[in-house]
Ligand binder design. Structure first.
Ligand SMILES: Cc1ncc(COP(=O)(O)O)c(C=O)c1O
Length: 471
């Protein structure tokens, strides 16, 4: 009898390397067990870990009413008064659509978003994506297509979703850049690009989150943005601006730094998502770039065309209903196209601004007198602050955060997994004195939300004082 080639009986896929589960997924998976343990000890759970939009600002019911009114408005505009007649938006919403989605959504979005960010956007250059996640994925797969060794430059620490997607490509190596309080260190940004090229890798872009950096918990200064752009121009790289928190912004209008989109649309790729200004469920996003690329065979192509080809062999058909939902959001209660999305953001910001202040005030009150022991970032945008222990005695590893959950009921995310491997090899302790604390999510609303967050901040401060031998 012939010996079976495959003894295990399993399908052979030996080229595939298993990827580690992301820390946020791991934490989410372990939460029910930790919650049970905490509850069995009579502890209340304090959510300072989850990076989810707050339920108080993501109740879809008001939006659904508005959307229904907007759809009626579209039908009225078409002059439909026969109940049997199918309005165009409805036919289109449930049909196969173009890879670029309905044109009206792109036209209206480019008008409103362009006005907010001071840039004349071309609606034909807007490529719909499945959230910002979809934009990251399209870009990675576009550059992976050639099969050549790649280097993606990013921050240390960087967004876990980017790390997860970028590390799927076997030919890709991450070259990371440490940051100070203003953004990435420019000398390191330069030397990492040079090192990657010296290593024989093609370097297409530097990926970052300049507003409300996840997980670093701060926004880049205007001066640093300009220095980054100068490096991008010098070396001929794109800056990929992942912008989920661009409207979740706590800076005064006059003090808001400019986006790379408005500073240099030809040198940047901007990733918009509806997840934070609207809702994460519908998975709406746009990739926008005016970049032109020199490609194989001495030809040139717009990045937009390259990405559309990529998208049409990936998602192929967008979800038109979800995109029409975004179009509804772009209209006010009188069905007039908004001049700006800031009033929409303000509904959400009211909650996040208050939560951020509760957390920062609590830290200042309880821990402000121990600057040699604890520091934390003051986020200009976004959902997170990074809390750092200044002495080496506290090590924020997986065991530390599990103990914090099971002994104190406090859920936080450790920072070390957000540091790419090369950053850990430069500094094996990278992130091990830091925690990512979020102020965006709790289970309660209104006054109960405020009280719960105050309690959580107090519980956290008490715990870290105890762990640092301060009584
Ligand atoms: C920096 C960053 N990029 C992308 C995402 C994912 O966004 P989306 O829901 O649009 O895929 C998040 C979500 O938390 C994020 O923080």
């Amino acid at each position: 009898m012939q010996k079976p080639e495959n003894q295990s009986g399993n399908i052979k896929a030996t080229g595939i390397v298993a990827q580690p589960v992301s820390v946020t997924r791991k934490m989410a998976a372990s939460l029910p067990g930790l919650r049970e343990l905490a509850v069995s000890k009579g502890l209340k759970m304090h959510h300072l870990g989850a990076g989810y939009p707050h339920p108080e600002v993501t109740d879809p019911r008001k939006f659904l009413t508005h959307k229904t009114r907007y759809y009626q408005h579209l039908a009225d505009k078409e002059g439909i008064n026969d109940a049997e007649q199918l309005p165009e938006y409805l036919r289109e919403s449930y049909s196969y659509t173009d890879t670029l989605g309905p044109k009206s959504v792109r036209e209206k979005f480019s008008q409103v978003y362009g006005a907010d960010w001071n840039v004349k956007m071309d609606p034909d250059l807007l490529v719909p994506t499945v959230g910002a996640t979809g934009g990251i994925s399209l870009l990675c797969s576009l550059f992976e297509r050639s099969g050549e060794p790649l280097a993606f430059i990013t921050d240390a620490p960087t967004y876990a979703g980017f790390l997860a997607r970028a590390s799927l490509g076997h030919q890709t190596k991450i070259y990371s850049v440490e940051m100070d309080a203003e953004g990435p260190l420019i000398a390191s940004l330069r030397s990492q690009i040079e090192q990657a090229r010296a290593d024989g890798r093609f370097v297409p872009f530097y990926y970052t989150v300049p507003d409300g950096h996840n997980p670093a918990g701060f926004s880049f200064s205007q001066a640093r943005r300009e220095s980054i752009l100068a490096v991008m121009r010098e070396y001929g790289l794109l800056v990929v601006e992942d912008a989920p928190y661009i409207y979740i912004n706590y800076a005064e209008e006059a003090e808001r730094p400019e986006s790379f989109l408005s500073m240099a649309p030809k040198q940047s790729v901007h990733l918009f998502t509806g997840s934070k200004i609207g809702f994460p469920g519908p998975r709406v996003g746009f990739l926008y770039s005016e970049a032109v690329m020199d490609i194989s065979g001495g030809e040139t192509a717009s990045l937009r065309d390259l990405v559309v080809t990529e998208a049409s062999s990936d998602i192929l058909f967008q979800n038109p209903e979800a995109l029409y939902g975004l179009e509804a959001l772009l209209h006010d209660e009188n069905m007039v196209l908004r001049a700006s999305l800031w009033p929409v953001a303000e509904d959400k910001l009211a909650v996040y601004r208050e939560n951020r202040q509760i957390m920062l005030d609590g830290f200042e009150r309880e821990l402000g007198k121990y600057p040699d022991k604890f520091t934390w970032t003051h986020p200009g945008a976004g959902f997170f602050t990074v809390f750092s222990f200044q002495d080496d005695s506290v090590v924020c590893d997986e065991g530390f955060v599990s103990d914090l959950a099971s002994n104190y009921g406090i859920v936080v995310i450790p920072m070390y997994p957000f540091y790419p491997d090369d950053a850990k090899s430069r500094n094996p302790k990278a992130g091990l004195n830091e925690l990512r604390l979020s102020f965006c999510f709790s289970e309660s609303q209104g006054e109960a939300r405020r009280n719960d967050l105050k309690e959580s901040v107090q519980a956290f401060c008490d715990a870290v004082k105890k762990l640092s031998d301060i009584y």
